[in-house]
Design a protein around this ligand. Structure first.
Ligand SMILES: NC(=O)c1ccc[n+]([C@@H]2O[C@H](COP(=O)([O-])OP(=O)(O)OC[C@H]3O[C@@H](n4cnc5c(N)ncnc54)[C@H](O)[C@@H]3O)[C@@H](O)[C@H]2O)c1
Length: 392
């Protein structure tokens, strides 16, 4: 079958996300299935050009996967005429300047979130990308997870009636790094290096809330650093200067609903898991409720809702968890990162619609920035529209 090759610079490919999710589970997985089938019957063959700081690490990854293109020279990679897309999964603090270079080089942009360290940088990137006439996309992987796909299906199907509230619980214990190595990189815990749970997770919560429920209109947040000292990759102690827990309240305007939905989401790297999944959202509506995680989704309809009566003198008489029903998959779910890569590639080569762009990424950065301001000043903040964003 005829196939067209598309060169893709992958910068940050030695990192956790770059290697596992984007290279192996997405682009190499697309190659393993023979390329991406296109509408015209041909196939699109991604050709990664690995970019990073360590020649040895890049060579090792390239050789492990039978790849031939790698370099430590980003400018040279961006000058290649066979490269059409620049992808960035570097540490957050390095992202903005690399994306600017790629836009200047006329390449399409696909990038991890957050797109920049602050809102002005994120908006400027979106503006520059539009002005350059390139296509752009931002990773919003949670939307493509089975649990959230099923939740989205429930919302679209009108299952909930009027949606009242959302309670999200995200987090797990991230080891300090002294007596057991930490399972996340140390830069995540240093503010100067772009770390912090608000900057990391609020962009995710923004697109989840906006895409599934409606426009996020206000934020009230409390952010804190529960663990002030951690140990880095070399076993050295360091001051954890970034927030490692955030307790946020988000108000959401849902079209057709007079009152906002209240979403309350806890994000913490200092909690131990007594849940079924590492993130779970409970949605309560007048007609029914759901609990969705990464993979699973359970519901309780109004008609099957028990009537508990508060009586602390008696042991619980109901097995509440057993009263929920499992939402069936009804479709096959691919890896979420791969599913979104395929949509972006189709956007680039077939001009298919794609809404998860640098403007959407900037709205996520905006929520993080205003969330931090809310926490610092102890106030509720209404979220203004982004200046310069084109109307859709
Ligand atoms: N979509 C998601 O679910 C998700 C999850 C985790 C992280 N992320 C995002 O992906 C990005 C990478 O996160 P990660 O967890 O893979 O980090 P990581 O530390 O594992 O990888 C970072 C990469 O950036 C490179 N890098 C470039 N310049 C660097 C510098 N000056 N210092 C250190 N490393 C440098 C590293 O070599 C490495 O390839 C972050 O922006 C993060 O917000 C997204």
């Amino acid at each position: 079958m005829a196939r067209t090759t598309i060169g893709i610079v992958l910068n940050g490919v030695t990192g956790r996300m770059g290697y596992r999710q984007h290279l192996v589970r997405s682009l190499l997985a697309i190659r393993e299935q023979g390329g991406l089938p296109l509408r015209d019957g041909t196939r699109l063959w991604p050709e990664p050009v690995l970019v990073g700081r360590s020649e040895a690490k890049l060579r090792e990854i390239a050789e492990r996967h039978g790849l031939t293109e790698w370099t430590t020279d980003l400018t040279a990679a961006l000058a290649r005429p066979d490269v059409q897309i620049y992808f960035d999964s570097q540490v957050t603090a390095q992202r903005e300047k690399a994306l600017r270079l790629a836009i200047e080089a006329g390449k399409h942009i696909y990038t991890e979130k957050p797109t920049a360290e602050d809102l002005s940088g994120a908006v400027e990137l979106a503006r520059l990308a539009d002005a350059a006439g390139i296509k752009h996309g931002v990773v919003q992987d949670k939307l493509f997870l089975p649990g959230l796909r099923k939740l989205d299906r429930l919302v679209k199907g009108g299952f909930f009636g009027r949606i009242l509230s959302i309670r999200g619980e995200f987090g797990y214990w991230v080891f300090e790094g002294d007596w057991q190595p930490a399972q996340r990189p140390s830069w995540n815990y240093r503010a100067a290096d772009g770390g912090g749970i608000v900057v990391d997770m609020f962009p995710h919560w923004h697109y989840v809330l906006e895409q599934i429920f409606g426009q996020v209109s206000a934020v009230t947040a409390h952010a804190t650093t529960h663990i002030p000292t951690r140990w880095d990759e070399a076993g050295e102690p360091y001051d954890a200067t970034a927030d490692d827990a955030a307790y946020g309240i988000f108000e959401i305007n849902r079209p057709g609903q007079a009152t906002p939905i209240v979403a309350q989401i806890n994000s913490s790297w200092g909690v131990r898991v007594y849940r079924d999944e590492l993130v779970e959202f409970q949605v309560d509506g007048t007609e029914g409720s759901a609990v969705a995680g990464l993979r699973n989704c359970r519901i309780q309809h109004r008609a099957t809702t028990p009537k508990p009566v508060w009586n602390p003198d008696l042991p619980a008489t109901e097995d509440f968890r057993s009263q929920w029903q499992v939402v069936p998959d009804n479709e096959e779910f691919d890896n979420g990162f791969k599913a979104q890569w395929e949509l972006f590639l189709r956007h680039v080569v077939e001009d298919q619609p794609y809404t998860w762009d640098l403007w959407a990424g900037a709205r996520g950065v905006q929520l993080a920035e205003l969330g931090l301001r809310s926490a610092r000043d102890g106030v509720r903040i209404e979220i203004p529209e982004l200046s310069g964003e084109p109307t859709r």
